[in-house]
Every structure is written in structure tokens, then in C-alpha cells.
Design a protein around this ligand. Structure first.
Ligand code: XIL
Length: 477
């Protein structure tokens, strides 16, 4: 077995240096030549704290090798720039076309990137047939759209911008055709999305909700508070953060992020671009997200300036020829200086992982928090040594700071599954697949109860995915 140590990840190297667990074999060259280096890509750097760093992707550019080289190297999350919008997915009423959206989602998932859905209900980029509807016909068409699209992408996207841009600058509701179907259209869309995809994070997304004191920001805060109080399902708020320059990055941006988080939702920066890519503004935006435990990820709205919807303003992290700009280095440095996980998990979000063959739970023996402790099957109970949370960085976290880990960054059949300090490496990232298997991002192999065991004490390992009952897991909250 050749351990796959990613030379960019210092935490894996720390593991290599300090682990005492038997199967670990790492060459001295890897151990000793790279110990001080930080992560060298945006995605890997963000993953160290359980966050993602993503980009908008235009399907038409996936044939451009210079574009995909940067995409594949730097990012661990994507948002379809246009391909999952209403006009793209339902060009004729009740005739859905998911080809372009699927292309992006498949591309991303094959490379272990998260996919954010954007967007189910919006006043803009509506198909013509929808623009011409009103009243109850429009309301039911909108809900049908939410239901069909969210159902199609169930298990594929980790979350949705359910509603986009529904407020005016003065804090009133935007007078769109959707608003004219009744003030409850937003909550109706969220409820429909929840029932179509119960596991997706449901977000409200908008621009100019960056300044904590503006009327628009406060209106969205009030809506989220109201939704939380009345049990309308909402999990996150996205701040688009299309800034026109260093000047309109508000000094209270971090407060705004925290104010939303205080309502019990995650926050994300969803469409970041800043005119002329000023170093300080990019650095500050990134640092503000890192400072807020429930800020789970940042998405820039395109890769190179030439890819930008605002290409005349050169607002992105890469030049049109694909070179990293100074703002890139500033962002990377901030991400690298943040290694604490994004949050102590919100109450109620932890779950037991129950093996379908055994009925027993993934368990850390004796609640031993030491790095290298090998996990096992055990009778399910509610103890903290069986309570896992799934982070935006795809980690399965226990005890608030330990992660389910393929030992020694191993990828082969039989690799032991242990707990280790969370470090963002791909040997600590897991895909929760829709068929119930849990596969390692690095290895592609599945979490497996060894030798098809079902008894207390059965150890867990990596094995080729075969969907046997010793590889199927359900989350029980
Ligand atoms: C933009 C795309 O980048 C363009 O390609 C398209 O022509 C128009 O939409 N807010 C949003 C995004 O939520 O969907 C928008 O994307 C930018 C503003």
C-alpha cells in the first residue's frame, strides 16, 4: 500500500510524524521536506477548517483546458452560473431540461466537489411562459418548479438558494410577479423545497445585504427571525457580495454575518467579486467569514476575469490569462491561518450512524479521544462517542474536533478507520451517497464493517464499494 500523502497538507504530515498506529508507512522524504508548508490551493486551505472555497461554473467553459485546470486545482465547491435557473430547467411549462445542470453537477461530483443549487425561485431569468402567468396559476407553477427541480437534484446538491433577491433596497418586498401571488410566496417555496429534498440546506440569497444597518439587511434578518419562530424551514443565508470596490465592503460585514448566524442559520458568501480585486477587501471578506463559526464557505462568481459577468471590472482572483492575482495570495493566506472547524455543531444536528446489516452504531471505543483510536460497531446509544456531525467540508466529526479518518491517508482495502484531529485532508472527507454508502473522497472506497461483521467490537475499514449491508449506513438524529 502506498500512502497517498498530499504534499500540500501540513496536518496530514503532522499525522505522519506523530502517529503511533501500526499500519502507517510514510516516506521520510515526504515527512521531513514539507513539514512547514501550508495548503497551496484555495479548496484545500478552506477544508482545513471544514469550510469550502468554490466558484460559479459556466457549463460552456468546461471544454476550455486552461479553465478546467484552475477549476480542478483550486476549488472544492461549484455553483452553476446559469444552468439550474428557472429558464434553463423548465423552458416550457412542465417540461424540464436538466442536461446543462447535470453536466456541471456530474463534473463536480466526479472530482469530489460540493454542488450548490442556484436558484429555485427568482424574479429574473424566468422562462417566458412563467412571466406571463399570475395569481394562483403562477403560484402553483412556481411550487411545481421548486418540487420538480429540488427532487431531481436530491442527494446531488448539498443545498439550494431557494429564493433569490426578493427584497428592495428600502426593505420592502420586491414587487415581482411572484410577490403578487401573495406575501407568503417565500415561505411556501421553502416548505415545498423541504418536502422535495429533506436533506438539502435551504438558503435565502441576496445582494446588498452586507451592511448590518441597511434597511434591506434588516428586512432579511427580520424575515429569517420570523421564519425560525414560526417553524418555516430555513437553514442558511447567502450574501452574494458583488462589491463595486474596496469602498463598499462595509466595515460591519463581520457583524452582519454574525447577526444572521445568531438567528440559528448558517451563512455563506455566495457570489463574491470585487471591482479591480483589491487585496485588502478580499482579505477582509475572507477573514470575516473565518471569524464567524457558522460561515461555512465562500464562492467566487467565476474563475478568471474573462469568465466574469463583470469582466470589464476585473473583479476575480485570476487574470484573464489564468495567473493568480495578489488578492489570491491574500485569500489563501487567511484560509491557511484558520484551522478551527466552522462551528461547534448546532444543537440537534448530530446523528448516530447505524449499520444496516448490524443495526449497530459507529462508535469510538470507551469515548477515547486519542488520535488513532480505531472506530467500531457497538450497540446504539445517545453517548457523544456515537454522535457525528457532517461539516461543509465533508468531514464526519465527533467530540467537536475529531474526524473520521482513513489511517495514514491510506486508500487500500483494509485501511483502518480511526479518529484524528480534523485537518481537512481528503482522507477525512466522506461522501454520504444516496444509496446509503459512505465513500472516502481520497480513496473512493467505502466505510465497511470488517469481514461482514455485525457484533459489538467489529472494526471498520475501507473496502471496495459493493453496497452490501455492511456498507449501508443510515443517519438517526
Ligand atoms: C448572472 C450570471 O453571472 C450571468 O451569466 C447571467 O447573464 C445573469 O446572471 N445575482 C445572482 C446570479 O444571483 O445568478 C447572477 O448571475 C448575478 C447576480
Amino acid at each position: 500500500m502506498t500512502p497517498q500523502v498530499r504534499p500540500t497538507n501540513r496536518r496530514i504530515r503532522t499525522l505522519a510524524l506523530s502517529a503511533t498506529v501500526g499500519a502507517l508507512v510514510v516516506t521520510g522524504a515526504v515527512m521531513f521536506t514539507n513539514t512547514a508548508a501550508a495548503a497551496t490551493t484555495l479548496g484545500a486551505a478552506a477544508a482545513q477548517s471544514g469550510r469550502y472555497f468554490g466558484t460559479a461554473v459556466a457549463g460552456g467553459r468546461l471544454g476550455d483546458g486552461a479553465y478546467t485546470t484552475i477549476l480542478n486545482r483550486e476549488f472544492n465547491q461549484v455553483t452553476a452560473e446559469n444552468e439550474m435557473k428557472m429558464d434553463a430547467t423548465e423552458p416550457n411549462q412542465n417540461q424540464f431540461n436538466f442536461a446543462a445542470g447535470d453536466q456541471i453537477a456530474n463534473y463536480a461530483r466526479q472530482r469530489g466537489m460540493l454542488v450548490k443549487g442556484h436558484t429555485l425561485a427568482w424574479h429574473a431569468q424566468q422562462p417566458n411562459w412563467m412571466r406571463n402567468l399570475s395569481g394562483s396559476a403562477l403560484r402553483s407553477a412556481m411550487l411545481n418548479h421548486v418540487r420538480q427541480v429540488a427532487a431531481h437534484y436530491r442527494g446531488i446538491v448539498f443545498g439550494w438558494d431557494v429564493v433569490n433577491e426578493a427584497f428592495e433596497e428600502n426593505g420592502s418586498r420586491r414587487q415581482s410577479n411572484l410577490q403578487q401571488t401573495g406575501n407568503d410566496w417565500i415561505e411556501a417555496a421553502f416548505r415545498e423545497a423541504r418536502s422535495a429534498d429533506p436533506n438539502a440546506k435551504l438558503c435565502y440569497n441576496d445582494f446588498n445585504i452586507d451592511n448590518a444597518t441597511s434597511a434591506k439587511t434588516q428586512a432579511v434578518v427580520n424575515m429569517v427571525r420570523d421564519f425560525k419562530q414560526r417553524g418555516v424551514p430555513i437553514d442558511c443565508v447567502g450574501l452574494q457580495s458583488h462589491f463595486t470596490g474596496g469602498s463598499n465592503y462595509p466595515s460591519n460585514y463581520r457583524t452582519t454575518l454574525q447577526n444572521f448566524a445568531n438567528l440559528g442559520v448558517d451563512v455563506q458568501i455566495t457570489e463574491l467579486d470585487i471591482r479591480n480585486a483589491p487585496v485588502d477587501a478580499y482579505r477582509n471578506v475572507t477573514a470575516d467569514c473565518m471569524a464567524v463559526p457558522r460561515c461555512t464557505g465562500i464562492t467566487v462568481w467565476g474563475i478568471r476575469d474573462s469568465d466574469s459577468w463583470r469582466s470589464g471590472e476585473s473583479p476575480l482572483l485570476f487574470t484573464s490569462s489564468g495567473a493568480k492575482k495578489p488578492a489570491y495570495d491574500a485569500v489563501l493566506n487567511v484560509l491557511n491561518s484558520t484551522t478551527t472547524p466552522p462551528s461547534s455543531p448546532p444543537p440537534g444536528s448530530a446523528f448516530n450512524l447505524v449499520g444496516s446489516g448490524s443495526g449497530r452504531c459507529v462508535d469510538v471505543p470507551n469515548s477515547n479521544t486519542a488520535n488513532g483510536t480505531r472506530v467500531q460497531l457497538w450497540d446504539c446509544h445517545s453517548g457523544s462517542n456515537q454522535r457525528w456531525t457532517y461539516t461543509a467540508g465533508r468531514q464526519l466529526m465527533v467530540f467537536g474536533s475529531k474526524c473520521l479518518d482513513a489511517n495514514g491517508a491510506g486508500a487500500g482495502n483494509g485501511t483502518a478507520i480511526i479518529i484524528w484531529d480534523c485537518h481537512g485532508g481528503t482522507n477525512q472527507q466522506w461522501n454520504l451517497n444516496s444509496n446509503g454508502t459512505i465513500s472516502g473522497v481520497q480513496s473512493g472506497r467505502c466505510l465497511d464493517a470488517a469481514a461482514n461483521g455485525t457484533a459489538n467490537g467489529t472494526q471498520l475499514q475501507l473496502w471496495d464499494c459493493h453496497s452490501g449491508s455492511n456498507q449501508i449506513w443510515t443517519r438517526r438524529s
